[in-house]
Ligand binder design. Structure first.
Ligand code: TYM
Length: 373
């Protein structure tokens, strides 16, 4: 037993994350080649985020694919806590979720936890959080989810349905489990102590509303795993299958170390950023370059620690060969940081312009996606 706060909770990710350690601590399994080969049978090829190991761990992903093969309804569930503008890190699980929706033709339930963000914020009023919720939903729709298969809701607007499930979950979760899982203390407000039941509830929503057996898969970054531990414990007590999960690493911020986090806006690419914001932020990003051009040419750079390289690697360079070349050429001192930064800036600006266009379109179709009481 150690009584230190866990290093990764849904509300905080501190320092460098050791993903092998985390898998042990959270009791999740690595995504093996065998599982990826199986997925390939359904999807044709493997998504970039799988090829580059961004999605790296899972729970029962194989069993979930078994269910699909046996004709059991497979459902996806993911979400967003609307505490501000969406950044590129948040997008990672959503892009991947869309890929899974396309491959498995799955219904997606998307929860927006406006209640959570109100409960944990120190200053924000409920109206402000609701505005962010609306705004974030436009970002979700802009990803291109299928309107006939995607149901988005906020906890404050779809309370009746969600609360009815949450109480059934909450009855099986003791305060001592919640404390050990989420690090609650005597000074935590009572709303946030109940909240894990609200986030667990959509694991069972399809089964209850549609009155149909279903196997749920949750794509998200690994910080959300504590919720699924509770959901999995409770599932059989309510007569449902345990939800499966597939988990990503954290996209780093543009500074030295740490995940991309809205609390450090200059190290964060927001989807609402202008081209000039992107130019400035990327120009100031942490690289693996040498202090002078001469040294860079002689000694080569260090892509391992270079945020610019990792952005190409994780998201912005589809071509496996090109990303490998970039790594080697940087090591040999044949590329300089300025060129890399300009290349990445162009890619990000192009991506954001397209996203912002799709977001404007989303305003006209938002009602097709929303569930409300
Ligand atoms: P939130 O809003 O903190 O994060 C939304 C999603 O983004 C993931 N994420 C990241 N992924 C990669 N790199 C990063 N730097 C990064 N930062 C955040 C999160 O893991 C999450 O998948 N309580 C949740 C909202 C929620 C939810 C869910 C999330 C409700 N139901 C079901 C996932 C699945 C929250 O505040 O997420």
């Amino acid at each position: 037993m150690h009584n230190e706060m866990p290093k990764v909770t849904p509300w905080e990710v501190r320092g460098e994350v050791d993903y092998d350690e985390l898998m042990k601590e959270f009791g999740v399994e690595p995504l093996t080649n065998e599982l990826l080969e199986r997925l390939k049978k359904f999807s044709g090829g493997l998504h970039l985020l799988l090829r580059r190991g961004v999605f790296f761990a899972h729970r029962d992903f194989g069993e979930w694919m078994d269910s699909y093969e046996r004709g059991i309804r497979v459902v996806l569930y993911t979400g967003r806590g609307p505490s501000g503008n969406t950044h590129i890190g948040h997008l990672i699980p959503w892009i991947f979720t869309k890929y899974l929706q396309d491959v498995f033709k799955a219904i997606l339930y998307f929860q927006v936890t406006d209640d959570e963000k109100f409960l944990i914020s120190t200053g924000a009023e409920i109206d402000e959080i609701r505005r962010y919720a609306y705004d974030n939903i436009l970002d979700v729709i802009a990803i291109g989810f299928d309107p006939n298969r995607t149901k988005i809701f906020t906890n404050l607007d779809y309370t009746k349905e969600i609360y009815n499930i949450a109480v059934r979950v909450a009855k099986h979760v003791t305060f001592s489990t919640a404390k050990a899982t989420f690090g609650f203390t005597e000074s935590s407000n009572i709303g946030i102590i109940f909240f894990p039941a609200m986030q667990a509830a959509p694991c069972f929503i399809h089964q209850i509303i549609e009155n149909e057996d279903a196997h749920v898969l949750i794509p998200c970054a690994v910080d959300q795993e504590p919720y699924w531990r509770i959901s999995r414990d409770v599932a059989p007590k309510l007569g449902f299958r345990k939800p499966a999960g597939i988990y990503s690493k954290f996209i780093p911020g543009l500074g030295a170390g740490g995940k991309m986090s809205a609390s450090l806006p200059e190290t964060c690419i927001f989807l609402s950023d202008s081209p000039n914001d992107v130019r400035r932020k990327i120009w100031n990003a942490f690289t693996g370059g040498q202090p002078t051009l001469k040294e860079q040419r002689e000694k080569g750079g260090n892509p391992e620690v270079c945020v610019i390289y990792w952005y190409f690697y994780y998201i912005f360079e589809e071509d496996d060969k090109k990303v490998q070349e970039l790594y080697e050429e940087c090591r040999r001192g044949n590329v300089i940081c300025g060129d890399c930064k300009r290349g990445l800036t162009d890619k990000i600006i192009k991506f954001l312009m397209e996203h912002q266009r799709r977001r404007r379109e989303a305003e006209g179709i938002i009602d097709k996606f929303l569930l409300k009481d």
